[in-house]
Design a protein around this ligand. Sequence first.
Ligand code: GDP
Ligand code: MG
Length: 747
Amino acid sequence: MFWSKRSIEKARGADSASDGATSIQRIKVGLAGNPNSGKTTIFNELTGAHQKVGNWPGVTVEVKSGTAYYKGFVLEITDLPGTYSLSAQSQEEIIARDYILDHLPDVMVQIVEGPNIERNLYLTTQLIDLEVPVVIALNMFDEVKSRKIDIHIKKLSQLLGMPIVPTIGKRGKGMRRLMEAIIKTAQSKEKKQKSVKVNYGHEVEEHIEELIETINLTGSLRKKYPPRWLAISLIEGDEYAASKIKSSSALSEQLFVEAMEIRKHLSELFKGDTEEYMADRRYGFINGALKETMKLPEKQEITLTQRLDSIFTNRIIGLPILFFLMWVLFQSTFGLGKYPVEWINIGINFLTDFTSRLLPNGLAKDLIVDGIIGGVGSVIIFLPNILILFLGIAFLEDSGYMARAAFVTDRVMHALGLHGKSFIPLLMGFGCSVPAIMATRMLDSRRDRLLTMLIVPLMSCSARLPVYILLAGTFFPNHAGNVIFGIYILGIFAALLIGRLFSSTIFKGQYSPFVMELPSYRWPTTKSILIHMWYRSKIYLRKMGGIILIGSIVLWFLGTFPRQQGLPSDLAQMKTTVEKEYNSEITQSESDMNKQTMLKEYNRKLAEIDNMMASRQLENTFIGRLGRVIAPVVRPLGFDWKIGVAILTGFVAKEVVVSSMGVLYAVGEGGGTQLSKALKSSEITPLIAAAFAVFVLLYTPCIASIAAIFRESGSAKWVLLSISYQTTLAWITAFIIYRGGLLLGLG
Ligand code: GDP
Ligand code: MG
């Protein structure tokens, strides 16, 4: 008998006739599993004599179907060919997958060969991608027991988001519970959305999101196939899935062009083998799920990954190792960065001198030297530090260590009411808050998403690094690396504490267990790391040419106009007094030596008057007037009005804090380490610098992050909360540091 729609109808007709009732609920069930997992055995147990054998149309692979009756339900069961995966590489795989996609079973049952659970779960990850309701029959449970393999079934079932029923197919054990689970799953599937996803890493996940957006544009495609599965198949270059899309979508052209570009980008990243990468992530998912739910008895061959994991994910030393690695990272960010920073600095000083000499005195020269070179130059010299930071992060990510970091922090996160998965967006926050906020999409509940989004900006982004390096390098030159590390740690603690606070007040609720992927360790390729770094520098340089350049020019204008004409009367009087004094004294003096000293003294006095003039001029400009408005707000923190203005401009982008200081402090001196010198001779003490750095760490996210929070949360309420709580937190913390330091006599 051939397997066709008609024969199914006939089978159905016969069944309902024999039942003689119309209220009977039918459940379509597909049995999938690796070859020799015991599918046929269980199929026979469930269906008894009620089975039919047929060939799939057009192919010769045998597919059997049958019915089981349980508590008034009719289970129409199809025994699919055994496969290790659903990648459509073989006829069997295609049949199994087409059954799921085209016949829309109510429930898929995967028969898992218990003793080989790890390999078997690969198929499970693909069923998860297909977003069908799945029940796992953990078969050969007799062997699991006799081999003393310890599997924590309840927890594993939570992690995979599907019921798991232990069975011994050979002896017909566990069949009732299996049918109960099938029925329960079939009935609850409408209500419950699948929440467990295999996470393919933020790079691929971002592309999956992009593709899903395009797929969702065609209603037909979206309804017909699970969008996430389509997106993943396109990324994996699955021809068979592609042909399905072609035949059913008006949008296919655009989708393919998009998918092609993504594949090109990914193949650059993954050395041309995206499929291997994806498989690796799936095994990482399995590895992570089994790590805490399965114990193997006897010593088996220990792989390198297992050996490394026993160190890096160790309960006791795992967390200290993470802290140590971070410390090394921030130490080298500053320490190794010092030299190239010095070279760039020399270049900038040369440029300053050169343009100063080349251009005639006047406004244009001031604009170029003080505004543009002073502003942009003071930020651009930190490019090497940023690059080193990203080199470190890329290395830790590509080597597989970051996944372990997520693993060891998971417990801490739970204790603080945060979802363990939040670790990934939080980690991305070290780079830039904007993609990190977007990455909160990988969290399943809105509560977790909002909560994470609100604390991501507390993780110090790379835009803030120049501020720390400037301040730490100027005021704590011997401990700069430690100071920077301390600031980052403070940010992490603030994020965790605020997370705890919010999760017990605004966002009360449950979080669900999930799988921490543990892909195997790999030595990162130079190429992929270079690609990461190049990408970062491009963003950084583009920012220099854009927002920071514009910010510096605007600030220069605001700090130059309105101009005062001539000397104010008191200063003019001072000047004439000095001149008179000098003239009378110089004529009276006899020796040349005396004349020399007096000339020096005279010049010093004139310079003093000039400085007074300059600072009075600055106070009179727009920026000075703005400064006067801000000054009272920041004065309790020990900040002068210039710091106040720099902080205010940092709302545009955090690097602008540095370029603003370049313009405000180093008037007429160009950028580079000149700014550092100017700061040292200003009234800023190390204590004030510390309070300032912490303020910059904690205060309001920049405009781009605010926009991202608005987009992702869809509500101005959260944006307001974000701005206000962070700025308040920053003010209070800086206040405590400054006032506390004064009390301790540190000021
Ligand atoms: P299929 O290839 O997935 O259809 O697997 P079969 O149903 O043909 O089973 C493969 C082998 O595993 C057969 O020899 C079965 O007797 C055996 N088998 C099935 N279930 C169990 C079980 O629960 N325990 C043990 N020990 N063997 C089983
Ligand atoms: Mg079989």
